[in-house]
Design a protein around this ligand. Structure first.
Ligand code: SF4
Ligand code: FES
Length: 356
């Protein structure tokens, strides 16, 4: 029997004014006309709460492009979920911020693409974005809601990591997530432009360690390291179908935000089934639960209940087999692929996300 999920990621839309080259949305983006309605999202939230879910991440694309974002937040509050708005901040104004607070929003997570204005606007593919983000951070601070800054770091912005930490302090964030890119979908298409060097990674780890010490009690810094330099994989999502579920803009129920990149899997849709049936009974969620599905060398490995064999999406992206041991593991027969990718990296240009 599956445990209750802890968190639901609601991908309200794939529409976004930014075009980040590491976007976690699928390569094939959903059109506005196919998105779930306000009432459908409210039903998803009620069913998530009934399943035992506590936290709701309202994400996209950019969730505030939805005209009904205030009603959606109100539906989350009515369902009793703790709501976190994951936003680029470029559409937030004082009126919208006040209405979101009134509707019961609990937390805001604001993305920042670089500390350097020109760099940030090149990476995000939007002119004027940085000034809007700074203004959005000020609005969140004035509202009294807790603010987390989310900085995805890579080859083309790691030289500004100290300045990114300074921005988190200056903008009044209580928490900063420094997350190295995870490579599937758009990020995999841009891997040569995004993979850091070993020297960049080591410098970044040193900067984060020093900043944690210097800012203790003032700023919490979470640090997600890149798989491509790891000897053991991360326990992605805490294990497939164990703690986390996502619902796509058009209602697919997914074990992780990148699950659609695993082609050939059929995911249940909230328009045809309940969230509970999708979570407990669907083939997609049960495919990689527990340990019986694991191949060698995971089968019988002492780490199996810690990392659950790593990331299924990364295993599929790199080997074509979602049940393979994650190549981030040094015991995987495919581990050498990662060092080869690092050796090949160095492309300067990005391929930006776009609707096909
Ligand atoms: Fe984890 Fe499998 Fe590697 Fe063992 S062999 S450390 S379970 S990925
Ligand atoms: Fe899908 Fe890791 S991102 S399992």
């Amino acid at each position: 029997m599956a445990d209750a999920p802890l968190a639901l990621l609601a991908e309200l839309t794939h529409r976004c004014p930014l075009r980040c080259p590491y976007c976690s949305n699928p390569m094939e983006l959903a059109r506005a006309s196919s998105e779930l309605t306000t009432a459908e999202w409210a039903r998803v939230f009620r069913e998530a709460a009934a399943l035992g879910c506590l936290q709701l991440h309202l994400s996209g694309g950019e969730p505030t492009v939805r005209r009904d974002i205030v009603e959606i937040v109100a539906a989350a509050r009515a369902a009793g979920l703790y709501s976190n708005l994951i936003t680029a901040g470029v559409l937030l104004d004082a009126g919208l911020m006040a209405r979101l607070v009134e509707a019961g929003l609990d937390h805001v997570q604001l993305s920042v693409q670089d500390a350097d204005e020109a760099g940030a606007e090149r990476i995000g593919g939007m002119k004027g974005a940085q000034a809007k983000k700074r203004a959005a951070a000020a609005l969140v601070r004035q509202s009294g809601l807790p603010l987390t800054l989310n900085a995805v770091v890579h080859r083309q912005n790691l030289h500004n990591l100290s300045e990114l930490i300074a921005i988190a302090l200056e903008w009044g964030a209580q928490r900063l997530e420094v997350a190295h890119v995870q490579y599937y979908g758009w990020a995999l298409a841009n891997r040569d432009a995004l993979l850091p060097t070993r020297a960049q990674l080591d410098a970044a780890t040193g900067i984060v360690d020093a900043a944690r010490l210097a800012n203790r009690g003032r700023l919490v810094i979470d640090y997600v390291v890149p798989d491509y330099y790891a000897a053991r994989p991360k326990a992605c999502m805490g294990g497939w179908g164990r703690r986390f579920l996502a619902v796509s803009p058009m209602g697919e129920v997914l074990p992780c935000h990148a699950a659609k990149s695993v082609t050939g899997m059929v995911f249940p849709n909230i328009r045809d089934t309940s969230l509970e049936a999708a979570w407990t009974g669907s083939d997609a969620f049960n495919a990689f639960r527990g340990m019986a599905w694991m191949p060698a060398p995971c089968q019988g490995c002492a780490h199996a209940e810690r990392d659950w064999g790593g990331c299924r999406c990364q295993a599929f992206a790199l080997t074509g087999d979602a049940a393979a041991t994650d190549p981030a593991c040094a015991l995987s027969p495919h581990h050498a692929m990662l060092a080869a990718a690092v050796a090949e990296a160095g492309e300067a240009r990005f391929r930006y996300r776009e609707f096909s």
